[in-house]
Ligand binder design. Structure first.
Ligand SMILES: [Fe+2]
Ligand SMILES: [Fe+2]
Length: 188
């Protein structure tokens, strides 16, 4: 493990994110399709895989903050929902005729894929994935966790689109840190 990843893993919140991904999302991150997500560009400056990890990290950070207020959230549903929400985008240029169709239909394909990767997936998690584009495609989230993912997705997308190497504060270090840690086996 590089010194950089070691330093990141010393941060308690990052360690928690990596542990939750490892506990709830192993079937997804170990899949061949998830590896493919790092080969397709998304939001100009990142890949589908990096975006996915950014959304997952942002959503889990929101969970930790909200849980401090006494709110109980389904972290398993949040983690799997975030990891699967955009997997339907992989192969978009072969699958969808244009960006508008992709925007409308990729959540449905993400649900189909998530059922294959996580056979025991529950209805709540499927709804989180199906409705993650709200309000852009009209399907309204049906749970607090669903709204949380829509916010984490928009927040991460804006950060990714604004990314410039000259603006170090907007770097996407979280995704690289978590992936590096998981690959290096820093978390169980
Ligand atoms: Fe999406
Ligand atoms: Fe997304």
């Amino acid at each position: 493990m590089t010194a950089y990843f070691k330093k990141q893993m010393d941060k308690e919140s990052n360690r928690r994110i990596a542990a939750d991904i490892s506990a709830y999302g192993k079937e997804v991150i170990d899949s061949e399709l998830f590896r493919k997500a790092f080969a397709q560009k998304h939001h100009t400056n990142t890949t589908v895989g990096e975006h996915t990890l950014n959304v997952t990290a942002a959503a889990l950070r929101m969970c930790y903050a909200l849980e401090k207020t006494g709110l109980r959230l389904d972290r398993r549903a949040v983690t799997i929902g975030a990891l699967c929400h955009d997997l339907g985008i992989i192969g978009r240029y072969e699958k969808f005729e244009n960006n508008r169709v992709c925007c409308r239909l990729h959540p449905i394909d993400s649900v189909r894929i998530s059922r294959k990767l996580v056979p025991e997936i529950d209805h709540k998690t499927e709804e989180i994935i199906r409705c993650h584009m709200w309000p852009l495609n009209g399907w309204m989230p049906t749970s607090a966790e669903g709204y949380l993912i829509t916010v984490a997705d928009k927040y991460s997308s804006i950060r990714e689109l604004l990314y410039r190497p000259a603006l170090p504060l907007l770097r996407h270090e979280t995704a690289g840190m978590i992936l590096g840690a998981l690959v290096c086996g820093a978390v169980g």
